[in-house]
Design a protein around this ligand. Sequence first.
Ligand code: PLP
Length: 396
Amino acid sequence: RIDLNLNIRGLKKSATLAINEQSAALSAQGRQVYRLGFGQSPFPVPEPVVERLRQHAHEKDYLPVKGLQALREAIAGFYQRRQGITRTAEDVLIGPGSKELLFILQLAYYGDLVIPTPSWVSYSPQAIILGRRVNWVKTHQENDWRLTPEELEQLCAQDPERPRIVILNYPANPTGATYTTERLKKLAEVARRYKVILLSDEIYGELHHSGQHVSIARYYPEGTIISSGLSKWCGAGGWRLGMFVFPEELRWLLDAMAIVASETFTSTSAPIQYAAVEAFKPHPDIEQYLGDAQRILRAVGRHFHNRLTAMRVFAPKPQGGFYLFPNFAFYEGVLKQRGVTNSGQLCERLLEETGVALLPSYDFGRPSEELTARLSYVDFDGARALEAAREGYRGR
Ligand code: PLP
């Protein structure tokens, strides 16, 4: 249709949708399907948070555009406690999902979006819908698909004055890889030199598998916005609550986004915001839940990684979140003989012949002929796994 927004016409149909449709069709035929394509947490929302939601179900009024004051305070406290990052409630913006906040960031700020690939599927379509320029940076397997300071430098140096939003996502979707503090410091140096806005997507930050998640905001405080929410570590993707945490230097941008918010979504659901206060406050039950979730994900991730490695399907060691990014290049010859030459065909054939549903890396910004895919290892009953972990402690 000629009256359709031209930018939307530019969006291709996602290969992921085709896999999801094919999975549903196979399930309907009674075939066993291993759903290793989805990106939802397997764990239930922690009980104290659900209880808070029950208590606030009657809240019906609009809340302030920037978010409930008590929630913004709790989030500032959370970053102080867990990351040693000092922020106040005034630095926090709440939205109905971090995805929505990223969209309104691009409505408020006119800069190119720098996306290291492989990357989460929604970054680039958002930029394309808005008619923004995307600068792709192709990362490499030998670096575990992580952005290097040299790659960032090379891109920025091409046009040093251009305003840019650089996305850094770790633990990463789709690779499960994270960054060392040394690497974060070096990336921060480059970001500072070119005065880019760094959008640090830390939505899987609380689901690191060992050690402590470190935000790059520690090393480039004046230019980093931390993006996170309830969706992954609290298992509450459908509740739709995300937040951006700004430095004082970028308060003007927070205020600009709040204007866009006031004219679009108005504010985030009131009962959900009240419930979220509980999630960000110090709480022994939630600490226990998180510790168990991390241990379960680490064990399952390692198991999958070991099995894949034994089959010569290589992927970075899982370090956080719940994804692996296997590369089937070892089988390139055999696959070619069978007519499989790209990641879309690879995933279709895997599903058809083995019932295993993975997502093609093409949708994560990789060249279609690369034989990589995203595997999500959370097709298990998370409530039962948590229960078993608790039984384990009682049995000791
Ligand atoms: N960022 C990444 C890397 C994700 O994987 C997702 C969800 O899949 C999001 C952001 C969106 O999260 P939200 O539910 O807060 O919109």
